[in-house]
Design a protein. Structure first.
Length: 201
C-alpha cells in the first residue's frame, strides 16, 4: 500500500475465520443465464482506492483533513475514515436464495464479479442504473481520472453484488431495505465466455 508504510513502522492485523457447511457454500456454481445482478450501496471508499484518493486530495489539491469536499457534505477526514458497511444482516435472511455474491473491493466491480462467474456465463453491468455518489464524482473530476481507471480502482458506490434469479430479487431487496441498505438492479447474466462488461460508457 504505497504511501502508508513508513520506515520503522509495522503492520498489526487481525483476522476472522469462519466455517460453512460445503452444502451451503456459495461458490457461484448456481449462476445461470437470466439471473439478475442486485447492487448494494456502499457508504464510501470502504477499504479500497486510498492510494489514488490520497494522491488527489493531498498531493494534487493540497487539502487538509478538516477541509470540506465540495458537494459531498463531508470533510476530507470524514470521507477517508468512513466505516466500511457490513452487509451481513442485509444478506443473511436470503442466503439460501443467492446464486452468487461479489464483495466489491480492489479491482472494482468487474474485477470482483468475474471471480464468481461460471466458465459459460458473462455479466453485463448497466452503469446508468445507479447514480455515482458525490465523493466519487469529486475524485474523478478533481483528479482528472478516466472512467476506466475509476472502474478499476473504486467501488463507485457499489459495495456488494448479489446474483439472483428474477423471482427472488424482491425478497433480497426487502431484506436489505429492512436494514436501511439501498439496492437496485444493475445488470444481468448471459450465456457466453466468462467476462464482465459495462453496457454503456
Amino acid at each position: 500500500m504505497p504511501g502508508l508504510y513508513q520506515p520503522g513502522t509495522f503492520d498489526l492485523a487481525g483476522t476472522i475465520v469462519g466455517v460453512v457447511e460445503e452444502s451451503r457454500a456459495i461458490h457461484g456454481a448456481a449462476i445461470r443465464p437470466g439471473d439478475l445482478l442486485l447492487g448494494y450501496a456502499s457508504n464510501g471508499l470502504h477499504t479500497n482506492g486510498y492510494t489514488l484518493a490520497r494522491r488527489v486530495l493531498f498531493d494534487r489539491l493540497k487539502l487538509g483533513l478538516d477541509q470540506p469536499l465540495e458537494g459531498t457534505g463531508q470533510t476530507v477526514a470524514g470521507a477517508l475514515l468512513a466505516v466500511h458497511r457490513s452487509y451481513y444482516r442485509s444478506v443473511a435472511p436470503v442466503l439460501d436464495l443467492v446464486h452468487g455474491l461479489a464483495h466489491i473491493t480492489g479491482g472494482g466491480i468487474a474485477g470482483n464479479l468475474v471471480r464468481i462467474l461460471p466458465e459459460d456465463c458473462s455479466a453485463t453491468v448497466d452503469p446508468t442504473s445507479w447514480e455515482l455518489p458525490p465523493l466519487f464524482r469529486y475524485l474523478q473530476q478533481a483528479g482528472q481520472i478516466s472512467t476506466q481507471e475509476m472502474r478499476e480502482v473504486f467501488n463507485l458506490g457499489v459495495g456488494l453484488v448479489a446474483v439472483l434469479s428474477p423471482d427472488t430479487v424482491a425478497a433480497a431487496q426487502a431484506a436489505a431495505a429492512s436494514e436501511g441498505v439501498t439496492t437496485w438492479l444493475m445488470g444481468e447474466i448471459q450465456r457466453g465466455k466468462r467476462a464482465v462488461r459495462f453496457a454503456r460508457p
